[in-house]
Design a protein around this ligand. Structure first.
Ligand SMILES: [Fe+2]
Length: 258
């Protein structure tokens, strides 16, 4: 079944799903992965704060997505852009995401931490621009993470990104990429697969294309996620560990959901 989209663009229905569980076929051991991640992120993971304007995330100016009270959202570490186009950080009672890339592109040193070049006005996602393998970071001990990722049916792996939160934290509302380029990427046989290693009692909420809010099912361990949809995480109660994996599949994406 296909879904007719504007711009002479026909997409499979699953590609129009922002979130879709991947059931049964793949497994990982959360406890072992968490131990490995705890060692990895010591003094390494960087906090990614998000831009605010008029008391709200710029990615949700109308306050459509509910993840926390207005006052808690405004008490989360964030930044504003002042009239000189400078970042003005504001430290809140709540922290937000700490991120860490486990793979990178040698020709783009910024790919060690970021998803696009800081000075790129188009914010072109590295794995959309470079349709080629990324390299595992050899200075890190990644035995179990590597093993868990490499069970997936990839021809090659691109970005593998750890998203970590420790309490008190709120996952501020944002989008990572653009809808059209994500759909193009999926149509070309690439995937965005998430490992829910530990949800930390936070819930990933997102808005669908019609602006309706949904929640990810915390019981689901592995899922597809289209990060062009506005999303955020409710306040966590314990450490939250998520892994996002992008790469070129060796099988049609549809088959992974079967
Ligand atoms: Fe995100």
């Amino acid at each position: 079944m296909n879904f007719q989209f504007g711009m002479n663009f026909t997409i499979n229905t699953f590609m129009n799903d922002i979130y879709k569980p991947i059931i049964g076929r793949f497994v990982f051991n959360s406890e072992i992965l968490k131990k490995e991640i705890d060692e990895l992120i010591k003094n390494r993971a960087e906090e990614r704060t998000l831009p605010f304007k008029n008391g709200r995330s710029i990615y949700d100016p109308n306050g459509l997505l509910s993840i926390a009270s207005e006052s808690d959202l405004n008490d989360t570490t964030r930044y504003y852009i002042n009239e000189n186009q400078e970042r003005v950080p504001i430290i809140g009672k709540f922290k937000t995401y700490h991120v860490f890339n486990l793979t990178y592109l040698p020709e783009e040193p910024e790919s060690l931490i970021d998803i696009y070049k800081k000075d790129d006005p188009k914010k072109t996602i590295f794995w959309h621009k470079y349709k080629k393998p990324f390299i595992w970071r050899t200075e890190l001990l990644l035995t179990e993470l590597k093993k868990s990722v490499e069970q997936l049916p990839f021809d090659y792996i691109q970005c593998v990104r750890l998203i970590f939160m420790s309490p008190p934290s709120i996952g501020q509302i944002h989008v990572d990429s653009h809808y059209i380029s994500n759909i193009k990427y999926f149509k070309e046989g690439f995937a965005s697969i998430s490992f829910n290693i530990d949800h930390g009692e936070g819930i990933l909420n997102y808005l669908d294309r019609k602006g309706v809010q949904h929640s990810v099912d915390n019981n689901v361990k592995i899922f597809h996620f289209d990060d062009s949809a506005p999303h955020g995480v409710t306040p966590i109660k314990k450490n939250r560990y998520q892994l996002r994996i992008w790469g070129k599949l060796s099988i049609p994406y549809e088959e992974i959901f079967a």
